[in-house]
Design a protein around this ligand. Structure first.
Ligand code: GLN
Length: 421
């Protein structure tokens, strides 16, 4: 079998509906009853959840069959799927290169034609980045549209589960099935209309105003920029207008995102202590030693780095300096998007400023990796919806176009995205 799955499985449909006959790959941080869920970590190599995540329940009730759990960066922490304890996944459309991350196995499974649909989770770009690098469609829903019950938390205030598929219509169809209130996740709410997202995939962009934020083009590679300009031209030819806008706050987004994400991670990952979760260790009675030993062995380098930095950012004396400042920046990002959406219907940018990295290229340079998230993390900070659709290729691999909408504006994103894919 390919390197996209950590565990192969066969979770049969429990009902019949719009997803009859559809095969689904599920990211390995989404709980599956009786099928191990590792989060790409040695810590959870033997963990078998006793229940299904709500999204898995909803997909199988609608007729889908889950065929496996996909490779990912450990606990979702990465942009390349190389921090997985199970080894990297290769990009099926760009040999020798990464599939993006952290939902790289899910995007690769779709791109290689191994499944019809896949689930990822997006805390700071983890659905959109691999969608872009593998040349498929990925949707990051508005915070609260899709239940997180059964998703192993990395940074709860930022993340959503989202679909990856070969077409906008197929991704939108999965969203139709997953969206809406779940009593087990108090942050969920119903979609704004009864209308189906899949039906909105009609490619009609006549009269649509697309904003282009100059700040989101700054770091873009030459080849990526050309693909982006071509995609904008295509939208204009189909009746959309484009307009330049400014989002000055996004210059702070990568820093703010990493402080918040690492802080939440340091708290969420405290449960992996060898008592509640993780392998039990022999102790001579010293709790600190036992805790340290389990975590030393069970976590990879990137996870350790983030837990340490997050703990530091939350500690007495530094909380105001780092965590609270990051929250202020987050509020500013949100305000900036809100005012942009007074003038435009959607915002467009390259999903990733760079083409797919070569395997191994960015592992020793975490900062380079974090900076590649510049265009995706502002969307999570503002809890907004976004879609990544294929927008051509450079010599290094596929390029994605990101469209961002106002909260619960998925219908418009599907409509606009389907004009291109
Ligand atoms: N690359 C980002 C990070 O490492 C996003 C990850 C994600 O969305 N899970 O945090």
């Amino acid at each position: 079998m390919s390197d996209v799955f950590i565990t192969e499985a066969e979770i049969e449909p429990t009902g019949s509906g719009p997803l009859d006959g559809v095969t689904v790959a599920v990211k390995d941080n989404i709980s599956t009853d009786g099928v191990r869920t590792t989060c790409g970590s040695a810590m959870l190599a033997d963990y078998v959840p006793p229940y299904d995540a709500t999204v898995v329940e909803r997909l199988t009730e609608a007729g889908a069959t889950v065929v496996g759990k996909t490779n990912m960066d450990e606990f979702g922490m990465g942009t390349t799927t190389e921090t997985s304890a199970f080894g990297p996944t290769e990009n099926p459309t760009a040999p020798g290169r990464v599939p993006g991350g952290s939902s790289g196995g899910s995007a690769a499974a779709v791109a290689a034609g191994e499944v019809d649909l896949a689930l990822g989770s997006d805390t700071g770009g983890s659905v959109r980045c691999p969608a872009a690098f593998c040349g498929v469609v990925g949707i990051k829903p508005t915070y609260g549209l899709v239940s997180r019950y059964g998703l192993v938390a990395y940074a709860n205030s930022l993340e959503q589960i989202g679909p990856l598929a070969p077409t906008v219509e197929a991704a939108a169809g999965a969203l139709d099935v997953m969206a809406g209130v779940d009593d087990r996740d108090a942050t969920t709410r119903e979609p704004p209309t009864e209308a189906s997202y899949a039906d909105a995939a009609d490619g009609d962009v006549e009269g649509l105003t697309v904003g282009v934020a100059t700040e989101l083009l700054e770091g873009a590679d030459e080849g990526v920029r050309e693909c982006f300009e071509d995609a904008l031209e295509e939208l204009r030819e189909q009746g959309a207008t484009t307009e330049t806008v400014s989002l000055p706050s996004v210059e702070t987004a990568v820093q703010a995102y990493y402080v918040i994400a690492m802080s939440e991670a340091s708290s969420n990952l405290a449960r992996f202590d060898g008592v509640r979760y993780g392998p039990a260790t022999e102790t001579d009675g010293d709790w600190n030693d036992a805790f340290a030993a389990v975590r030393e062995e069970g976590f990879g380098e990137e996870v350790k780095r983030r837990v340490l930095l997050g703990t530091y950012a939350l500690s007495a004396g530094y909380h105001d300096k780092y965590y609270e400042q990051a929250q202020d920046a987050r509020a500013w990002v949100k305000q900036d998007f809100d005012s942009a959406f007074e003038d435009v219907d959607v915002l467009a940018s390259p999903t990733m400023p760079v083409p797919p990295f070569e395997l191994g290229e960015s592992l020793d340079d975490p900062l380079q990796m974090y900076l590649a998230d510049a265009n995706t993390v502002p969307v999570n900070l503002a809890n907004l919806p976004a879609i990544s659709v294929p927008a051509g290729e450079t010599a290094e691999g596929p390029v994605g176009l990101q469209l961002v909408g106002p909260a619960f504006g998925e219908e418009t994103l599907v409509r606009a995205g389907s004009a291109l894919a």
